[in-house]
Write a protein that binds this ligand. Structure first.
Ligand SMILES: [Zn+2]
Length: 178
């Protein structure tokens, strides 16, 4: 049985994408101070006060990551999302720690450092094959991020009870011709 939770690093991506609930509009990153608090809580403290521009860029990166997760769920990949992430990716610097382990770290500070760490997680997950399981729910008002722990990567909906049933009801109405 595969665990329903993503590997630790991917939990961070999932939690970041899910900082907004698109259905009720609750956004945990609504103001720069909230962004700073959220990042500190998740071990991504960038040692800086964030500006409104930083916050706007973080939200753009969040939504671009969501687009990648939708593409992992068989939706077409939005080219604007790729452009946003490319524009947000900082240069990475290679360094070795005392035990000789090599690491790539963003060579910048502030919000760019945070983007570098998030995109570093994406790169590692793509390399180890876990990325394909990070998905976003395709229901048009939902788009919640989740980890697909099913054996054959076949999970489509964030929840069968919620969006799975919405989709079933829609199919049923179409068949009836409503
Ligand atoms: Zn959903």
């Amino acid at each position: 049985m595969v665990s329903a939770s993503p590997p630790t690093d991917l939990t961070l991506i999932q939690d970041f994408v899910n900082t907004v609930d698109l259905e009720d509009g609750t956004d945990q990153l609504a103001i720069p101070e909230q962004l700073g608090a959220w990042l500190a809580e998740h071990g991504l403290d960038a040692d800086d006060a964030f500006s409104h521009e930083d916050r706007a860029r973080a939200v753009a990166v969040r939504e671009a990551l969501r687009a990648l997760l939708l593409a992992n769920n068989e939706r077409p990949l939005d080219p604007d999302a790729v452009a946003t992430l490319n524009a947000s990716a900082p240069p990475l610097a290679l360094s070795l720690d005392a035990e000789g382990r090599a690491r790539l770290e963003p060579g910048v500070g502030g919000i760019d450092r945070v983007f570098g760490r998030l995109l570093g997680i994406v790169a590692r997950a793509q390399a180890d094959g876990t990325w394909a399981r990070m998905k976003a729910c395709p229901w048009h008002t939902c788009h919640w991020a989740f980890y697909d722990a099913s054996r054959n990567h076949s999970r489509t909906w964030c929840s069968m009870k919620v969006c799975g049933n919405r989709a079933k009801a829609q199919t049923y109405r179409r068949r009836r011709g409503d």
